[in-house]
Design a binder for this molecule. Sequence first.
Ligand SMILES: NC(=O)c1ccc[n+]([C@@H]2O[C@H](COP(=O)([O-])OP(=O)(O)OC[C@H]3O[C@@H](n4cnc5c(N)ncnc54)[C@H](O)[C@@H]3O)[C@@H](O)[C@H]2O)c1
Length: 356
Amino acid sequence: MTPSFENLLVTGGCGFIGANFIRHLLHETGFSGRIVNLDLLTYAGNPENLAGVAEDFPDQYVFVHGDVADEATVEAVFDAHRVDAVCHLAAESHVDRSILSPEEFLRTNVTGTFRLLEAARRRGVRFHHVSTDEVYGSLVTGLATEQTPYRPASPYAASKAASDHLVRAYHATYGLFATISNCSNNFGPYQFPEKLIPLMILRALLGQELPVYGDGKNVRDWLHVTDHCRALWEVLVRGQAGETYNVGGGEQLDNLAVVRQICALVDEAAGPLASGPRENLVRFVPDRPGHDFRYALSVEKIRAELGVAPRETFEAALAKTVAWYLENPAWVARVESGEYREWIKANYEGREKGAS
Ligand SMILES: NC(=O)c1ccc[n+]([C@@H]2O[C@H](COP(=O)([O-])OP(=O)(O)OC[C@H]3O[C@@H](n4cnc5c(N)ncnc54)[C@H](O)[C@@H]3O)[C@@H](O)[C@H]2O)c1
């Protein structure tokens, strides 16, 4: 289906999912319009995630360094690039960081979403909000559907819940063409190694201890990022105004099982350690406060209404992901040493924000 828009604003495009999504748009969807990537380049934003894109697609891709919570920047981007659709991914995204310093989460996730909604409302621009299954909170049994009441437990989840509510309110009150997707845990290339899967891959490779919260029994539904990107495109193009779509892998695993699989894959790829199999490196550490025990999503609606279902199995996608981290030591080294921040400073510090 041909999209009804030509100038798509992607926020947070230098982050993990944003970078995968921009690559997906350019390589897999046949989208011939322009992509404007608005990103503040926080610690999680790494322009190297989009290496080659500006050179390979000079007429289709433009980067703007700026803050979604800054009204002047957002307004200027909408006008300068004649934005006619938004896929909003920019966020503070790490639960542990939200426990230590929640304020930034409110600023970016809530105020930032509000600024974008205002700009979209004034111009009648189609708006998609990329959200999380964490808004539903912990489930004892069963699956969360799009009707399940919100019960966020972390400041991160609460900030995403608040922004979802704002998006719904803008549809109900102002008639904005808005959609929301609530997605489960993603994994794949370019994920910042503070999140479980890349963290464990890289620590296992180095033979370092593998810290696992609590007893490792917390359950998550995992989705390979390319399956998320395909779902986002379908919702952007064919989603119905005011609708919410759950996006998930339908494979629920406890954290310990995930870490064990990673250990086995790294043992196989890198050879075992002299001290024995890497799963011996697992160390249980005190649980995260407010740690939700179980997330599990019903993905029936998006399958039935938009024909979207995951193509990757967890096992195969995890093997590909381990291989990617092992095959990209230069990316890993620059992220781990903080060298990518030096590059950002050299290229962007002193330049006016909002400049492309
Ligand atoms: N990673 C997951 O498993 C997952 C699952 C479901 C939903 N989500 C949602 O998907 C989106 C992307 O997640 P991710 O894992 O790629 O996050 P990420 O942390 O890797 O990337 C976030 C990006 O947003 C940018 N950013 C942060 N604050 C900004 C601001 N004020 N203005 C402009 N840019 C800013 C960062 O520089 C970075 O490039 C988020 O909205 C997140 O809530 C993530």
